[in-house]
Design a protein around this ligand. Structure first.
Ligand code: KG4
Ligand code: ZN
Length: 359
């Protein structure tokens, strides 16, 4: 089966063709970084308009890469949420129009599922990757989310913990803005941090207690702001690199510690790290080192699969499509993973009321 995946939840317009076993046949991404970087963050209205321009050319480019093109598409998967509503609508409406006109099944995919299952993608330009069997602990660390999950099966994902405030990617982006480095901040800080010494500037470790799996990054952001207020932005590159390495080091340490604690608490020895921040070289190296020392197998997709892409949306839908499922073409989008929890929106987009004492 060949699944056409479409992703437009944030600032990337993406289309991909993927088989149900995760083989990536085509993967095209149009980034909006140049549009948003003057503002130091994503401007939703501009994002929707850029998706409108890019979505058809991007899908066409993906289809052109595969013999058979559109006629070889068996099913369509599209990001339903969470994300920016105006952006989501663009991908969803195109996906519905295609599914209707081709009379092919369509399913709406939770973007976070896409990140969690990106680990099953096999890309032709890369050596075959070992993939984890389920269950595993999933650390999803991106611009909008930082959370730990127990991934039991494709349709059985339990939230273990999440950030109480900022996501890790958001912390990177805000830090870079504060330091006048540009957008998105993660890759810029990653690059600078590689040349610096972590720990040369002392920052507090957030949520250091072993009693909680929760994350928190807004205090760290404030600590950086205070440091800059007192000492200014470092004038030379070596000091800037040290500052970035110290800031990144705390985020990485926090992410790794809580992931290991989750593995311990869940009795699992498989960890998947995914989402845009999983592209971070410091995180990849530290996670590998810490997991090796504890006999935990760690799986981190290649950076192209970690940041937003449509191949992950296609693979996350493949099990449902292979089982013959399809969504009604009337389904709605959702802006948040409900209350930052799983499973609160029905597939048709209607809200399932929160129970009074639910976590
Ligand atoms: O998953 P993603 O592409 O989009 C969301 O779903 O949010 O993640 C984007 C986030 C941004 O905050 C970006 O700064 C961060 O991932 N990011 C990185 C790196 N590459 C992207 N953070 C740290 N190091 C990187 N190399
Ligand atoms: Zn994402």
């Amino acid at each position: 089966m060949r699944v056409l995946g479409i992703e437009s939840s944030c600032d990337e317009t993406a289309a991909a063709l993927v088989t149900e076993t995760g083989e990536v046949l085509a993967d095209v991404i149009a980034s909006q970084i140049a549009t948003h970087s003057p503002y130091g963050g994503i401007v939703p209205e501009l994002a929707s308009r850029a998706h409108m321009k890019a979505v058809i050319p991007v899908i066409r480019r993906a289809l052109d890469k595969v013999p058979g093109g559109l006629s070889g598409v068996d099913a369509i998967a599209v990001t339903q949420g969470p994300g920016l509503v105006g952006s989501l609508l663009v991908g969803v409406q195109v996906a519905k129009a295609l599914a209707w006109s081709l009379d092919k099944p369509l399913v709406g995919v939770n973007h976070l599922d896409g990140h969690l299952f990106a680990v099953y993608l096999q890309r032709p330009d890369q050596p075959a990757r070992q993939t984890p069997s389920m269950p595993y602990v999933g650390l999803l660390v991106s611009g909008g989310h930082t959370a730990l999950y127990r991934v039991q099966a494709f349709d059985d994902i339990a939230l273990l913990a999440q950030t109480r405030d900022d996501a890790a990617g958001e912390a990177f982006d805000k830090a870079a803005k504060l330091l006048g480095l540009g957008y998105p901040g993660g890759p810029i800080i990653d690059k600078l941090a590689a040349k610096g010494e972590a720990g040369s500037v002392a920052f507090p470790m957030p949520m250091a207690s072993r009693k909680t799996l929760d994350f928190s990054f807004s205090g760290l952001k404030t600590a950086l702001a205070r440091h800059v207020q007192t000492c200014g932005v470092p004038a030379n590159e070596a000091e800037l690199a040290d500052l970035c390495a110290s800031f990144q080091g705390v985020i990485v340490e926090s992410l790794v510690r809580k992931s290991l604690l989750a593995c311990e608490q869940e009795g699992l020895d498989r960890l998947v790290i995914t989402g845009g921040v999983a592209a971070n070289r410091g995180l990849r190296a530290r996670a590998k080192e810490a997991c090796d020392a504890r006999g935990i197998q760690v799986f981190v997709p290649p950076p192209i699969s970690c940041t937003d892409n449509a191949a992950m949306i296609a693979i996350a839908a493949a099990h449902r499509l292979a089982a013959g499922e399809r969504d009604e073409l009337s389904f709605a989008v959702y802006s948040r993973d409900p209350d930052r929890k799983r499973g609160k929106f029905r597939r048709d987009g209607t809200l399932v009321e929160r129970k009074p004492n639910a976590r």
